[in-house]
Structures are given as C-alpha cells and as structure tokens.
Write a protein that binds this ligand. Sequence first.
Ligand code: HEC
Length: 86
Amino acid sequence: MKKTLSAFVALSALLAVSTSFAASGPDGATLLKERCGSCHAVSRTTGAKKSKTDWDKTVVRMMGKGAKLSLEERRTLVTYLANTYK
Ligand code: HEC
C-alpha cells in the first residue's frame, strides 16, 4: 500500500513537471471515446461525478487494468473529466 502510494506521488510529480511541456495531442473527449470505451460503455464514465483528485485516482486505477494513456494524455483526460463530470 505504501509502495503504491509513493508510486502515485511520483507519477503526480512527473505529471506536474510535464505540464510545462504541454504537447498537443488528442483532446479529452477523443481520449475518453478511444481509451475508455473498450472494457465498459463510456456511459460508465459519463454517469459518474467526481472531483479532479478522484478522477485522477480512477484513471490511474483504469490504467492499472489496461487503459493505455501517456502521462500527457492522462493529464488532458483528467482535466477534461473533472471539468465535465463534476
Ligand atoms: C482494461 C479494461 C478497462 C479500461 C480500458 C477502462 N476501464 Fe473503467 N472499469 C473497468 C472495470 C473492470 C470496471 C469495474 C470494476 C471496478 O470498478 O474496478 C471499471 C469501472 C469504471 C468506473 C466505475 C467505478 C469508479 O471508480 O467510479 C469508472 C468511472 C471507469 N471505469 C472509468 C474509466 C475511464 C475514465 C477509463 C479510461 C481512462 C476506463 N474506465 C477504462 C475496466 C476498464
């Protein structure tokens, strides 16, 4: 558990650093459609309401299950989810 938490903290730190090197990739809506709809309906996501922290946790959890997202894409998607499904 402690190990998981520090991995999470390290990832979050990396994420903060990568913010200043924002590259233009797919937008949040596209990522959601393409990366989050393969195991369950996208409505599983669009029916949820979460804070940004909780969305980040959910997305990291889904990455653990096999969702494919780079750090940059994770940031874009979490921002999109937090602004849209709150
Ligand atoms: C590899 C398969 C897989 C992918 C890809 C996937 N999910 Fe999931 N997701 C699951 C499974 C299995 C569950 C139900 C079990 C659970 O909640 O752990 C679930 C449950 C959920 C839930 C409901 C539970 C909660 O924590 O609120 C949400 C919301 C969710 N997924 C969002 C997403 C998002 C956003 C993405 C894209 C980043 C995504 N999922 C991609 C497998 C996947």
